[in-house]
Design a protein around this ligand. Sequence first.
Ligand code: PLP
Length: 416
Amino acid sequence: MAELSQILKQATGVVAARGVGVQLFDEDDRRYLDFTAGIGVTSTGHCHPRVVAAAQEQVGKIIHAQYTTVMHRPLLTLVDRLGGVLPRGLDRMFFANSGSEAIEAALRLTRQATGRPNVIVFHGGFHGRTVAAASMTTSGTKFRSGFSPLMSGVHVSPFPDPGHFGWPVEQATDFALSQLDYVLQTLSTPADTAAFFVEPVLGEGGYVPANERFFAGLRERADAHGILLVVDEVQTGFGRTGKFWGGDHFGSRPDVLVTAKGLASGFPLSAIAASSELMEKAWPGSQGGTYGANAVACAAALATLDVIEDEGLVQNSADRGTQLKQALQLVADKHEQITDVRGLGLMIGNEFRDADGKPDPVTATAVQQEAARRGLLLLTCGAWGQVVRFIPALVVTPDEIDEAAGLWSDAVTAVL
Ligand code: PLP
């Protein structure tokens, strides 16, 4: 029998058989609370009946009709609907299948539109695994090591991460902005810089939120130098942080917004959005792909938007996020190895450090695995894997939050 490649690291050992809402059942019908949501993808919960119905109906009509040849109705309707939730001025879209592909599309667009070769990214950022996206990723060496030569023209500037520097957020922000100016003076002059690529909350980098002053500083420098601001909302979009876009917390005002994950409840779909003026600077044919904007994925995305709206999922993300964070903080208060509980909405990380204050991925992984044994599925993140993250579907109920917090408390107590 064929075996899974050793290269794949599997976090829990669970073989999923079926899912409903936040609950997942393995092949022996053992129940788990799934606080991973397919890495923040199945935001409407597993197999939401309206998403299932929309996809089933679409499968019987058109599965694939390549949109550079013939359009299909789910895509046309989706473009209209997204127009209602996208930041003002971003009225043109391009669709692909994954976050990495969308990042590459944004990279191509910004280079073509400006005629400039370089991009500036921020420490701890994750933008994907394709070679260009990995070149822009600094959330851990495993995403870059061994793939050299990576793409040239990428410069890295600090992210305002108070925990990393051990400084208050104001000081970390001053430092990040002054270093960005330094990068623009010494490594990548404005005349050579096409874009800044930034996440509103570092995702794979450890669930570290940015802040308003940092985004204002990025916007100011972008406007002053004709640099484009690309906001990577792949993980933070569609209500994940308790607002529709993660950047809404910080007045992000992107020139290009990149989205995926929560867009279609698990069907592969990603998109970039920008102004018509900017999109028209891309050469015809320079963006595209055989499978982008698949009709079934677009139908699922439409149902996803309906569910988010009708069930008030953005507000639920904010409310349940507050409930969860308070519960996790109570656990952290009892265990000095959990040094920080942070995040926005239903995107919350628990940082593990050892007695010397060093990142502690070993304990983080031990607690994650103990939680899985007790029926709570979680993921790690952070440069060393020292953060255990909670990222449930946005349909999670108060009772499910209480149950997860109880299982977490038991797992932490069993390991520490
Ligand atoms: N950008 C961010 C912020 C992400 O979190 C991810 C994936 O986790 C990506 C890009 C890449 O997306 P994908 O894994 O779909 O290629």
